[in-house]
Ligand binder design. Structure first.
Ligand SMILES: Nc1nc2c(ncn2[C@@H]2O[C@H](COP(=O)(O)OP(=O)(O)OP(=O)(O)O)[C@@H](O)[C@H]2O)c(=O)[nH]1
Length: 152
């Protein structure tokens, strides 16, 4: 899946992989997060267990993920906040402690999805010109094609 996000006067094009969260697919996860610029770790605000599992994923990313990976925490199913088990305050405190972005989303009602990707976009450093195939010392023009970034 791809998503293009305006960021200042650039366009960031994200290539997005949805990794299966279940334990039996755990060993496949490094294939997705290796080389990724950002990771969105999703929990379900109506299930405390999912917030606990999220912390395990954050630990794994910190130990084995790319050094400067941008981490974003998404508390999904915010349309069901009347049956929430995870207070937003807990998620915010945890996110702050690990330097991650946090936002409550609803995939069902398309709430805060755009904001989530904009938040990530703002944290991703500009492309290294050499990585971009540009070896010149002075950048005279902004690329017209969107820069591609990976996100899992
Ligand atoms: N109310 C509500 N239901 C949702 C939302 N997002 C997903 N669901 C429902 O939650 C269930 C699980 O959704 P999935 O997308 O399969 O969840 P997942 O975490 O990606 O599952 P795995 O890929 O198997 O790890 C489905 O029945 C969805 O319709 C949401 O924002 N609000």
């Amino acid at each position: 899946m791809t998503k293009t996000v305006p960021c200042g006067n650039e366009l960031h094009k994200f290539l997005i992989w949805d990794t299966a969260g279940q334990e039996r697919f755990h060993s496949l996860a490094p294939m997705y997060y290796r080389g990724s610029a950002a990771a969105v770790i999703v929990y379900d605000i109506t299930k405390q267990d999912s917030f606990h599992t999220l912390k395990k994923w954050v630990k794994e990313l910190k130990e084995h993920g790319p050094e400067n990976i941008v981490m974003a925490i998404a508390g999904n199913k915010c349309d069901l906040s009347d049956i929430r088990e995870v207070p937003l305050k807990d998620a915010k405190e945890y996110a702050e402690s690990i330097g991650a972005i946090v936002v409550e989303t609803s995939a069902k009602n398309a709430i805060n999805i755009e904001e989530l990707f904009q938040g990530i976009s703002r944290q991703i450093p500009p492309l290294d010109p050499q990585e971009n195939g540009n070896t010149g010392a002075i950048k005279l023009v902004k690329p017209t094609a969107p820069a591609s970034r990976r996100c899992c």
